[in-house]
Design a protein around this ligand. Sequence first.
Ligand code: ATP
Length: 668
Amino acid sequence: MRPRFNFMWFWAVVAIVIISYSMFGSSEERPIEGDWNMVDELVEGGYVERIEVMDREKASIYIHAEAIDSLAQDERFKRMPKTGVQVVFNTGGDVQYFAERIAAAEAKAAELAAESGTDVEAVVVKYNRTEQGWVDYLFEFLPWILIIVVWIFIMRSMTRSAGGGGGGIMNVGKARAQMSDRNSKERITFKDVAGLEEAKVEIMEIVDFLKHADKYKALGAKIPKGALLAGPPGTGKTLLAKAVAGEANVPFLSISGSDFVEMFVGVGASRVRDLFEQAKKVAPCIVFIDEIDAIGRARGKNSGFSGNDERENTLNQLLTEMDGFQTNAGVIVLAATNRVDILDKALMRAGRFDRQIEVGLPDVKERKAIFDVHLRKLKLDSKLDREFLAKQTPGFAGADIANVCNEAALIAARHGKDCVTEADFLAAIDRIVGGLERRNMPMTDKERHATAIHEIGHATVMWRLKHCDPVLKITIIPRGRSLGATWYLPEERVNYNIDHFVHKMAGLVAGRVAEQQLLGITSTGALNDLERTSKMAYSMVAYYGMSPKVGNVSFFDAQGQRDMFTKPFSERTAELIDEEVRRLVDEAVAMAREIVEAERENIERLAGVLIQKETIFSEDIEEVLGKSAQQIEKEMLEATTAVDATDEGKADGGVTYVIEPSADTTNE
Ligand code: ATP
């Protein structure tokens, strides 16, 4: 590899040249250093031809050429150069004294000469000042130059490492907003955003405000300043904003919340100012701030201790820019976040983000539309049922669906197929939810049996309780960190009551219960189930006010601002909460136990099938357990809503368990 040129080498060479010049530069013979005695002696002896005094201090003495050899007899003058300056001498800066002393010495020389009857020439004395050459200047300023170069070098690398990108130290306070190019080939339009119909309408209305502001102003309406896109990760907030950029015929500046954050104090605020200045120059325009929670977090009361002053300054600047004294007419701010609960209230008030647009998880219809968008680019099996795929992916966000499509194509390619089939999609979904298959994991038969009992325990209890989610399939192929899994289709509902919670909890603890009842073992495999059950019970009691003993109070902290050490309830309430959580979990365990006891044989039978097949589906379960409680419930509902509704709707099949509201199940 060719070594890369590094500027440090250049500076090293310069330094070496300068140092060696100063050390060995004048390799010719040097003049000898003299003192007053020597000077007096030379002048009085009539040896001196001239003296040049440089800058009042440095005197260079030139000896008569014919006297040099005779002087060299003397040991002190032996090393004296034959040409140029022979002796140098420091006058001490007092030129007058110097002149007087030389004059005195000359007088003495004249006297001596008169005595011996010879002549003596007068000494020529010249006073000069040094003209500084470039080398001298270089020597004088070199340390400063070096310091400045090193300083710039450090600052540049600091800016770069702080994610500064281009621009250097002088541009640290500038906002690096990107102006989107409407003519780009990869332009995203609303066609690329599936579903989200309401959000699209709202957001297009905002674009319309900008484009036809006069229409609204004529009626006295004020143009909104901003809209906040809020929703879980991967639901398409950024995509929606990009589509606005593609569709709107106004400039679109986008920046991420974290771009305001820098290690230097005051940079965040300055970048906010700069962003709005840029925006005002091109107004009417849209500014999009992604992940606004990076700067918009609620300001704390005791910010002095939290050390987040810089973030707060940035937020304050944003608040001022959005609705301060300086109006930003013609600039609409769109922002996206998935933590709307932690945003500062001042940011959310009308006049800043007037509108909040919810971008939620897609429902089954929207998921199908998202599949349609992402399947466009794939080579698909003609029999592929998109509705089926949408049904198999409840709770998936748009980003997850995009991931499923890509993963399915990768799986198909790995198996050498020429198109992507349904099986590839199912494998992709399994992989995304459960992790990588680990078929080679060493497991004994006993362990496999215990896993099967555990999973069938879950499935059976869920099959029998009407508020549990419908079981889809069970597998004992280890994936990721789990040894087996029961797959179910989560119901798409937003409101839950106590029965829903207790049934779900019973379904969760059923694995542990089945192991205990049928095998007499208590294993670590239930960790995740127990964790989820306990959290569910805690949220029922402490958040949703679902415990009669604790009452209709909620200790939920939506803002996440409560510190870890103070509890908003007394010790007595804490004990009550513990007690109630325990009661609810015990109730769920008792419910699961009852079902497991009743279905002992069926569970054993199903476990046998599962061990043999490794994966079984709802049809296999139905063969053994009959119709599921959810199916019975559905049929009953259909029957009662039918015009000729009779009581016949109560189909045969399994038993449906309900909780009696007053039931205070004791722990066995
Ligand atoms: P985050 O809050 O984590 O930033 P986000 O809501 O901004 O997430 P996006 O970045 O917009 O999510 O979405 C990620 C990817 O998911 C998109 O690039 C797109 O491929 C896909 N996607 C999400 N929602 C949709 C949708 N409604 N239609 C089509 N594709 C979607």
